[in-house]
Design a protein. Sequence first.
Length: 259
Amino acid sequence: MSLHTYGQDGDGLPVVLLHGFPLDHRMWDAAAAAIPTGRRVLAVDLPGTPGRADDLPEPALEASADDVASALRDAGIERAVIAGLSMGGYVALALLERHPDLVAALGLVDTKSTADTPEAHANRLRIAAEVEATDSVDAIRPMAKSLLGETTKAARPEVADEVAAWIEQQQPAGISWSQRAMAARPDRSDVLAAFGGPVMVVVGDEDTVTPVEAAEHMVAVAPGARLVVVQHAGHLSAIEQPTAVAAALADLAQAADSE
């Protein structure tokens, strides 16, 4: 696994960032750079991303979580603030379930703790099959725009261009694996409810994929969770409004430092 370091070592707990689908660690570049110094900030390339789409196990986000845990321990990290966007949030919850000792605090960004609806589950498998049949990213190209908020698309079309370029660089085998892994995930609301550490739930006010209602569900489930609604952002709030997301994660990290 590739760990990409943004911040320098300091007294604060490290922050580990898990990316969404169908992207890789680069989606965190701007937000990671905006997190105040004094702690290590790392972003992970999960299984299925470019260079990591060969010899994949059976599709399961549990495998991604175990991979993250192994990489962090190999890097000498025994406890960290774990933050994930969308699919990264699903992996963060799986990590909390399987390796709770690693998770000092949890940032859930434009994600949800529940499983897919039957319709969403079927759509993921349909996309996975189409990607495998065409050996291309054709099926997910529209996501370059559908994941973004209306404000971003109208005012900053270059953001959609950047997301589209990242999508083009993904590997079909990895896309298919990730879709099947997400489709197989269970509801982990009970895992979130049992967590006693700080929780920050962040959501774009224009997110139509995991909307504000999904964020409110997690806040209701998690003891003492805080909700931050990012203005003028869709599902990719960390790309669309990186400064606001970085500020929320910095607050979460400070709360974890004082635990």
